[in-house]
Design a protein around this ligand. Structure first.
Ligand code: ADP
Ligand code: MG
Length: 278
């Protein structure tokens, strides 16, 4: 059974007024449980709107969204839906609540009324999952961008979601921070079976996904394996998406069996990566 199902979903901001925006148009989509999906598209293509439709933060103007078979329009189930579909956003600083790491992670389950002992277990588990156990008593505000985003993920994990949606969660990070966050997302997918939907504008991040969905002007225009999508260079270019040349080179090397990290977007990173291999 698909964990998330969208049937002819459209979403219009300011519907009925002069400045209405049709952000998502007639999207039909199924997300399989346990999959790792990347979603790309240039600015304004509707990715964040789609993300917010997945957990009931927005309700479709027309069509339906269901999570585990429950329609997001059923208001009595909204907590259940939000609990199942956790979201991490772009700016790590906007996602910190408490001044001590463990309190920050505990915030979600506390709000759900989880009992104290279970909260303690979850905080330890979530911090371990994102590789931040030693920072339990630390101060979130003093951490690097990558660490902050890993804490934001831990905060969501403490709610025990089945789906993790990352909405450009690596956009403000340096290459190292990006790698840290992607590593965590991949491990959660492989080890915990958590379904991951990674919205990104880094085409290289899409590479490791099982499935790559491309949006343009509110519609899904490509939905296939990353290699099949990347093969459509010309089309991608026409919708203002392109595989960065350096990434394209790394991808080709990886295809030839070179154990290179393809998450490189600049010459400097490629050189660094090649030196590491020598
Ligand atoms: P993406 O995440 O791909 O950049 P968004 O989903 O944020 O795209 O935006 C899709 C379209 O909806 C854009 O044209 C954007 O300007 C518009 N939009 C987004 N949020 C709002 C809002 N709160 N009110 C009105 N228009 C919005
Ligand atoms: Mg967005």
């Amino acid at each position: 059974m698909p964990i998330i199902q969208l049937q002819n979903v459209s979403y219009t901001y300011n519907a009925g007024s002069r400045d209405k925006v049709e952000a998502v148009k007639d999207v039909t989509l199924q997300i399989e449980e346990g999959s790792f999906v990347a979603l790309v598209g240039h600015n304004g293509s509707g990715k964040s709107t789609l993300a917010k439709l997945l957990n009931g933060l927005l309700l479709p103007t027309s069509g339906s969204v269901s999570v585990y078979g429950i329609d997001t329009k059923r208001s009595e189930s909204i907590y259940e839906i939000r609990k199942n579909v956790g979201m991490v956003f772009q700016n790590p600083d906007n996602q910190m609540i408490a001044s001590i790491v463990e309190d920050d992670i505990a915030f979600g389950p506390e709000n759900l009324g989880v009992e104290r002992e279970e909260i303690i277990r979850r905080v330890d588990w979530a911090l371990e999952k994102v590789g931040m156990s030693e920072h339990k008593k630390g101060t979130p505000f003093k951490m690097s961008g990558g660490q902050k985003q890993r804490l934001a993920i831990a905060g969501v994990l403490a709610i025990k979601p089945r789906v993790l949606v990352l909405d450009e969660s690596t956009a403000m990070l340096d290459p190292r921070g990006r790698r840290e966050v992607m590593q965590v997302a991949k491990e959660l997918n492989r080890q915990e079976g958590i379904t991951v939907i990674n919205i990104t504008h880094y085409m290289d991040e899409a590479l490791g996904a099982d499935r790559l969905i491309v949006m343009n002007e509110g519609k899904i225009v490509l939905d296939d394996t990353p290699s099949k999508v990347f093969a459509q260079h010309e089309y991608l270019k026409s919708i203002k998406l392109s595989v960065p040349p350096v990434t394209a080179l790394a991808v080709r090397l990886a295809e030839q069996g070179v154990p290179i990290d393809t998450a490189v977007t600049t010459k400097e990173e490629l050189v660094e990566e090649l030196c590491r291999l020598l």
